[in-house]
Ligand binder design. Structure first.
Ligand code: GLN
Length: 551
């Protein structure tokens, strides 16, 4: 029978529930348990796809094309397995389903209410992944903080599940904060006591407390927390601030979080976790042999979470190259031809980010031009690739009006235009070209040598595409489409072979990079940045000359 672990949060948001949940899942997976994680978000949006990154950080896209919470990215990066639409549920989705059923007459004669109809639907979805005996353990992270009005139906659903299944089949891990008051030189347990009390007012008691803290929790303090929060003493887990999120699974193992959960679920300890690959990665991450600086050009750069998967993919790729990747955030809105040199001249590589709408577009185009003309390694993702095509059309092909019809619907030189199947769509949510698609690569391209294959699949999230009317003109002038969708002919990758590293991709490779499988394009990009730095330092001038000559 599948067992359930619920991860709730108290005191404040941003305590890293997603990382704790993913770390626990990693450890259980490493002990041989088939484990998955899902996230339940209490907002009314049906999915986060329509949310601005300022509101909600990055929108993470799964293989099956679901637009989901960025925590699913952590789950995939930690577990090295795919998630799907079923792994992310929002209040909006629950209500939509219940209301549709009501309209169909499924509850005929009954008043449809939060309890039991909404809570029943929450429970059904919480157990969905546990059906068919696919998993031994399903971890459910509850978004928001216990005590929020909108979280109440979820807390009630968990309470009911615990009552129905028994404590040894449904476990609550509550993540909380033990603040350190500098002036008093003391760790304070009161906020945690209050948050547990608030939970128990709703009939739910946590089984395990994971305490975020800046200072170690001494034994007596753990005892005090256990006593006042009604958990066993070994179930008070210290979660000290970590230097990297990838260190957290090992910290949680040291604190025996996995063992305590298994004990409470009445499950054997399983095999000793073999985290050697993980540790090897951590070692490389912590002790890099070199350092590169990569410019990230985007319009949300001031917001850490907006480009989460890209930043994580760069971390994975950096470790693979035993090289620290310092990301320099460059706001595309503030980039002009006048200040481009000043802002970009000491970068080892330039990455132009995905995005929507006109804001900051010209800045992205300046950065791309700078990278192309100065032979700085360039990686353009989705909108970054589209703007690379616009830049090339304007400055190499002499098409001064070249643009994407997203930014200029009336342009006569629409090198990027709306996909045919998108033209009659009126609804915004979930209607882009989403999820995994096949791509065939030209055999002698840089991309095919990086992937080591001519057939790949990658995830998408866009409405616009390269306009194949201009295919030949681009190819002749030196920007070559080297990746295509075999069914539709849509261009998925462009390269400039005469450049040391110039790759634009219509898809989002960042979603598929994991600790154990860093994405080959990111790995190659960081390697190219290292080489560019060496060239600049004059170490391997010849290599540069050769690669230019080859191109
Ligand atoms: N706005 C562009 C499109 O819709 C690119 C999207 C993206 O970068 N994800 O095609």
């Amino acid at each position: 029978m599948t067992k359930y672990i619920f991860v709730t949060g108290g005191v404040t948001s941003s305590l890293g529930k997603g990382i704790i949940a993913a770390s626990l899942a990693k450890l259980l997976q490493a002990r041989g348990y088939r484990t998955t994680i899902q996230k339940f978000d209490p907002y009314i949006n049906v999915d986060p796809g329509t949310l601005n990154p300022y509101e909600h950080g990055e929108c993470y896209v799964t293989e099956d094309g679901a637009e989901t919470d960025l925590d699913l990215g952590h789950y995939e990066r930690f577990l090295n397995t795919y998630t799907s639409q079923a792994n992310n549920v929002t209040t909006g989705r629950i209500y939509q389903y219940v209301i549709n059923k009501e309209r169909e007459g499924a509850y005929l004669g009954k008043t449809v209410q939060v309890i039991p109809h909404i809570t029943d639907e929450i429970k059904r979805r919480m157990m969905l992944l546990g059906k068919d005996n696919k998993y031994d353990i399903v971890i459910t992270e509850l978004g928001g903080t216990v005590g929020d009005i909108e979280s109440l139906p979820y807390v009630e659903a968990v309470r009911q599940m615990k009552w129905e299944m028994g404590d040894e089949n449904a476990l609550v891990v509550h993540l909380t904060l033990i603040p350190y008051l500098k002036a008093a030189k003391e760790l304070k347990t009161k906020p945690t006591q209050h948050s547990v009390k608030m939970m128990s007012e709703h009939g739910l008691n946590p089984d395990v407390l994971v305490c975020r803290t800046e200072e170690p929790l001494y034994k007596d303090l753990k005892r005090k927390i256990a006593l006042f929060c009604n958990v066993t003493q070994d179930a008070v887990i210290e979660a000290l601030d970590a230097d990297t999120i990838y260190g957290v699974p090992l910290e949680m193992m040291r604190e025996r979080l996995d063992e305590i959960c298994l004990q409470k679920l009445n499950l054997p300890k399983g095999t000793e976790p073999d985290l050697s690959k993980w540790k090897e990665f951590l070692n490389k991450l912590r002790y890099p042999k070199s350092k590169v600086t990569i410019g990230l050009i985007g319009k949300y750069v001031e917001l850490q979470d907006a480009y989460k998967s890209i930043l994580e993919a760069l971390i994975h790729a950096g470790a693979m190259n035993e090289c620290k990747v310092e990301v320099r955030n460059i706001h595309s809105e503030l980039l002009t031809p006048e200040n481009a040199i000043e802002k970009l001249h000491n970068l080892d590589a330039i990455l132009v980010a995905p995005g929507f709408g006109s804001r900051g577009i010209e800045g992205k185009i300046h950065a791309i031009r700078y990278a192309r003309e100065n032979k700085i390694p360039f990686f353009g993702i989705c909108l970054g690739m589209q703007m690379a095509c616009v830049e090339f059309a304007r400055n190499v092909l002499g098409m001064s009006k070249a643009h994407s019809t997203e930014m200029n619907p009336d342009t006569t030189e629409s090198v990027i235009s709306m996909m045919e199947e998108q033209k009659n769509i009126t609804q915004m949510g979930g209607t882009m070209r989403l999820g995994s698609y096949d791509c065939e690569l030209t055999p002698d391209s840089k991309a095919s040598s990086i992937y080591g294959s001519t057939h790949i699949t990658e995830r998408h999230r866009h409405r616009y595409e390269f306009n194949n009317e201009f295919y030949d003109a681009f190819e002749k002038a030196g920007m070559v489409p080297v990746g295509k969708n075999p069914k539709t002919g849509l261009v998925e990758i462009v390269e400039v072979p005469s450049h040391p590293f110039y790759v634009g991709v219509q898809f989002h490779p960042e979603y598929k990079s994991t600790v154990e499988n860093p994405h080959p394009l990111f790995v190659a990009f960081v390697k190219a940045a290292k080489e560019a730095q060496e060239r600049r330092n004059g170490h391997s001038h010849m290599v540069y000359q050769n690669s230019v000559a080859e191109g």
